[in-house]
Write a protein that binds this ligand. Structure first.
Ligand code: NAD
Ligand code: ZN
Length: 345
């Protein structure tokens, strides 16, 4: 079968590898869509990524085509989506509903096991996964569903951690309306009463944001902080979701969050958050709650799938044949995509 392999720093190759057999507790999926994430580019360009010759792809959907003898439940022919995070299913954080902070599959400094960022991922004809890390698609199109597993789940998780703040009258700022952000805006519009202000540096993304449900869309330029403060009577936004994470967007988040507000850092752009015990007018207002947000839980995925089935969450996909993976990665890197690129084996 074909698989897109990370063969070295900065280099992806399409390799011919044996079709994997499911081991105990596993199923094999005939992949129908695999999403491309900006995180794939971060990994691609890391000089010291620890997993050699890994198949890329942490967003996958497909049809189960083989199951191990000990598996009950998922069956051959079932259309499924694959969990982003393969938590242990037993540790205290998992049982408490925080599988994205699994104490066994992850650690204080390492993120939990994630396919395509460790185990072989979905950018291949077939993917073998633990049976318990799949969920039925139940009517969703397997050719476009894959991005729900990360680009849907990760914003849903960040939003769920601030959901009590997103009431009518509140303002939420979304920075970056790309793969994650265009679904984040839709989730906010579908499930909260807050006014949504979306920002992006790309005029095409700004123009598209209203169609996703943003009430106000702004260019993420030098005057963005002043615009947001003006929109909130100088008080600031109740919640800022940063789906970029570069220094300018983190500074924007810090400069526009309200006292007692919340910031969720999702983007992995390498910026640093300004934090100080003493306020001198240049750091944060009092009481601000800041979280680095990683992925999401199966509960978040269930909610994303329910919204999509109800027609309230639509992934804008740009499809590429698996063989043309390089063109898809180049388009993502150049910012030429709108929505999410998916590879179709
Ligand atoms: P994407 O390329 O699809 O979207 C990024 C968007 O940000 C684009 O629309 C781009 O125009 C916009 N942008 C770039 N610079 C900007 C700026 N200075 N101000 C405003 N907008 C700007 O990327 P994506 O796949 O949506 O991923 C977004 C980020 O989230 C990446 O850093 C990715 O690695 C990260 N990520 C994190 C998690 C997590 O669990 N924390 C999960 C998935 C992705
Ligand atoms: Zn991702």
């Amino acid at each position: 079968m074909r698989a897109v392999k990370l063969s070295g720093p900065g280099t992806l190759t399409l390799e011919d590898v044996p079709i994997p057999e499911p081991g105990p507790g596993q199923v094999r999926i005939k992949v129908t869509s695999a999403g491309l994430c900006q995180s794939d580019l971060h990994v691609l360009h890391m000089k010291d990524w620890p997993v050699r010759n890994m198949t890329m792809g942490h967003e996958g959907a497909g049809i189960i085509d083989a199951v191990a003898p000990d598996v009950s439940g998922p069956a051959v022919g079932d259309p499924v989506i694959v969990d982003l995070i393969w938590s242990c299913g037993q540790c205290r954080p998992y049982v408490e509903g925080r599988g994205n902070a699994c104490a066994v599959a992850g650690s204080r400094t390492a993120f939990p096991t994630t396919p395509g960022l460790g185990p072989n991922g979905a950018m291949a004809d077939y993917q073998v996964v633990p049976a318990r890390q799949t969920l039925p698609l139940q009517g969703l199109d397997p050719a476009t569903a894959a991005p729900l597993g990360d680009a849907g789940v990760t914003p849903m998780h960040a939003i769920n951690t601030v959901r009590d703040r997103l009431i009518a009258g509140a303002t939420v700022v979304v920075i970056g309306v790309g793969g994650l952000g265009h679904l984040g805006v839709q989730i906010l519009a579908a499930t909260t009463g807050a006014r949504i202000v979306a920002l992006d540096t790309d005029p095409a993304k700004v123009a598209a944001a209203a169609g996703h449900g943003a009430h106000l869309a702004l260019p993420s330029g030098a005057d963005a902080a002043a615009r947001i403060l003006a929109e909130t009577d100088g008080y600031g936004a109740d919640v800022v979701l940063d789906f970029v994470g570069v220094q300018p967007t983190i500074d924007l988040a810090a400069a526009t969050v309200a006292p007692e507000g919340a910031v969720r850092l999702v983007g992995l752009g390498g910026g640093r958050f300004p934090m100080s015990a003493v306020g001198d007018g240049t750091v944060l207002p009092w009481g601000v709650n800041v979280q680095r947000s990683y992925g999401g839980t199966r509960t978040d995925l269930l909610q994303v799938l329910a919204l999509a089935r109800g027609g309230r969450l639509r992934v804008d996909t740009v499809a590429y044949p698996l063989d043309e993976f390089q063109r898809a990665f180049d388009d993502l890197a150049a910012g030429r995509l709108s929505g999410r690129a998916v590879l179709i084996p």
